[in-house]
Design a protein around this ligand. Sequence first.
Ligand SMILES: [Zn+2]
Length: 352
Amino acid sequence: MTDINRREFISTLAVAVPTLAGRDRNMANKSVPGTIGTQIFPNVYEIQSEFGNRYIQQYLFVGTEKVVLLDAGVAKTPDTSILPYLETLGISPKRISMVVAMHSDADHHGGLPYIKDASSSALLACHRGDQHLIESPEFLYQHRYNFLAADHQLGFGREGMVNCPRECKMDVLLKEGDVIELSQDWKLEVWHVPGHSDGHLAMYDAKNKAAFTSDAVQEQGYPTTDGKWAFGPTYYTVDAYLSTIHFLENKPIEHMYSGHWPDVHGEEVRQFLGRSRNFVEAADDLIKTHLKSNTQGVTLKQIIHAVSPKLGTWPDNMAEFLQFAIYGHMVRLEQQKVVRLKSGVPVEYILV
Ligand SMILES: [Zn+2]
């Protein structure tokens, strides 16, 4: 990325979150406080609710053969949003055939056991790559949210685990190329789109030319409900994330629906994917620039706080959400032999 491009990229950050103002809210469901259910295609519904200062979104497909839910929200989302919304549609929870946890994160799979409580025949599904993280809250806490604690003194407290308190067993493991038959003439194609997690899934509804990507691609960060930035992107593995962006760019996607972002359509899909890639390139450039001016060695935490204000306008106290992405860059820079590690705690990085 050239300097001019980078300046343009950074200067667009403050205005780049599309607002929800243009959204069709005719189907807004006033009887479920804080939840907006929207029919986005025939027999396809988005269930949107507030989670802190952000939105979380699940998607319901009502076929003649199967009723499938993509993502389950946090622990309370089934009781406060998903099941009440199903009731307004006249759909019994017992009709849910499958709930797919699109990836391992408390705000996507925390609700799974509560849906199973309401509908014991519903099959819980995910990709093998995220299975253990989804099945065990303790494994998730240690290996997804605090794996940088020992060497880098970064991580998250247990308070967030209230969103994902229960263990659950997966019934089905999905993989790239699998097909879920909703009706005789209507299918969901399973895509494997790693980067944010190893086992991240997306679904493609060819009938509607719509992709459901959960958190697979994250543009310049997570938006708040009032159109600002909550925090930066949380991809973990840089090359896998870039491959996922490339993969999605080559699919016939006319509509893209996600876990937290406003839906995008037509050319906006390509623009969203382009902004996602631009962020990765800008982060890599900024990290290298910071290392060049700090030749004695810098910790991951120091790099995060140096690059964070240049990458986005989220609050300072949200900077450490960048730890996953910036660590991903440091792993890649180490593999590229651009940096080496100075042993000690916390670990320091030095330009080779
Ligand atoms: Zn999420």
